[in-house]
Write a protein of this length. Structure first.
Length: 365
């Protein structure tokens, strides 16, 4: 399951966002470290296609794709040296697939800022700086070990030494490890570092509800900083206050409430879509009388890999996949007419699964 770590300085709206996304009831308080243990919640990925498929199939149940959000304790300057809850924070963030960095972009005298003022550039730099410092410690240890082993003439150690020196130099220069592009040979060693700054990041800019459409100067600053540094990261605007209000409304009233604000998607919708884009993910569907389900796979995955998401044995015993494109499946009204009209294709091991494909796998027992 895709896991996203929600991080940021204290009092930027992380826990309010998390509560709204998951209705988990995490503690929200106007003081640092209101979140100590990471709160975890699983939320559905909004996808209107699954409801349309279910209308045709009328299954016993529908199962959408899901994302796990982890609300991690607010980070403060000095966390890499153990300040605040630094060590605990850093251990938690190593476990997630990607980072959602919440940045406060709204002004409110009633909500204190841990650093005294609203400054998205400074706040981002504090978090990234602490992550880089923590990574420097990790890389330094591995570099020292590789250097000693390389003196014996070990080829693997020599390769790792060169890689770790490049990574160390980048981090020492205040940049993120993800700017390093390892070679095919180096990739396993690079991934074994499990660096905080190698994880993909998207930024969630917390604004007032009247700023959701056009943003504000703080959002503009954040985007400018990212562009200046060449960081290809998406900025998703949301209002923690609006998300909290949405969570309290009946589902049928939410669209009207969002329309009144001039937006058409909740923060969850935008974050989930941005996270899928960030990690290069897409969904395919299985559909039968018992269940209609969305499955998450990487873009470019071939049919056996898609089958393996359901069960590893399906990938091993893959024979072929019966496949119909989503639009055609809906247009003709389901599996039977799709087969009758020749729209259901038999695809083999080399087939690259397309977003929204309806699939039925044939496998060896």
């Amino acid at each position: 399951m895709l896991s996203l770590g929600i991080v940021g300085l204290p009092n930027v709206g992380k826990s309010t966002l998390f509560n709204a996304l998951t209705s988990a009831g995490a503690l929200v308080a106007n003081y640092p470290f209101a979140t100590i243990e990471p709160n975890t919640g699983v939320v559905e990925v909004p996808d209107p296609r699954i409801a349309e498929i279910a209308k045709l199939i009328n299954p016993q149940r529908t199962v959408p794709a899901t994302v796990q959000f982890v609300d991690i304790a607010g980070l403060v300057k000095g966390a890499s040296q153990g300040e605040g809850l630094g060590n605990q924070f850093l251990a938690n963030i190593r476990e997630v697939d990607a980072i959602v960095q919440v940045v406060r972009c709204f002004a409110d005298d009633d909500i204190q800022h841990v650093m005294g003022s609203v400054d998205p550039e400074r706040d981002r730099n504090v978090i990234n700086g602490e992550l880089a410092l923590a990574d420097l410690v990790s890389v330094d240890k591995r570099l020292d070990k590789a250097t000693r082993s390389a003196k014996t003439g070990d080829a693997q150690a020599k390769m790792e030494k060169g890689l770790f020196e490049r990574v160390y130099a980048v981090l020492n220069d205040g940049k993120m490890a993800r700017v390093v592009v390892p070679t095919e040979e180096e990739r396993p060693a690079y991934h074994s570092l499990n660096l905080l700054t190698s994880k993909p990041v998207l930024y969630a800019a917390n604004v007032r509800e009247d700023e959701l459409v056009d943003g504000n100067a703080n959002v503009d600053t954040l985007r400018r900083v990212l562009a200046d540094e060449g960081e290809d990261a998406e900025v998703v605007m949301f209002s923690a206050k609006v998300e909290a209000e949405l969570a309290e409304l009946p589902a049928e009233d939410r669209a009207e409430f969002l329309d009144s604000l001039g937006v058409h998607e909740s923060g969850l919708d935008r974050l989930a879509r941005a996270a899928y884009h960030l990690l290069g993910l897409q969904s395919y569907f299985t559909a039968g009388e018992k269940e209609v389900r969305a499955w998450t796979i990487r873009k470019g995955a071939r049919a056996p890999e898609a089958a393996g998401v359901i069960h590893s044995d399906f990938e091993k015993g893959f024979i072929r996949a019966e496949t119909v494109a989503y639009d055609e499946f809906i247009r003709v009204g389901g599996w039977k007419p799709a087969r009758e009209q020749g729209l259901a294709r038999a695809e083999g091991k080399e087939y690259v699964v397309q977003d929204g494909d309806l699939m039925l796998f044939r496998t060896n027992p």
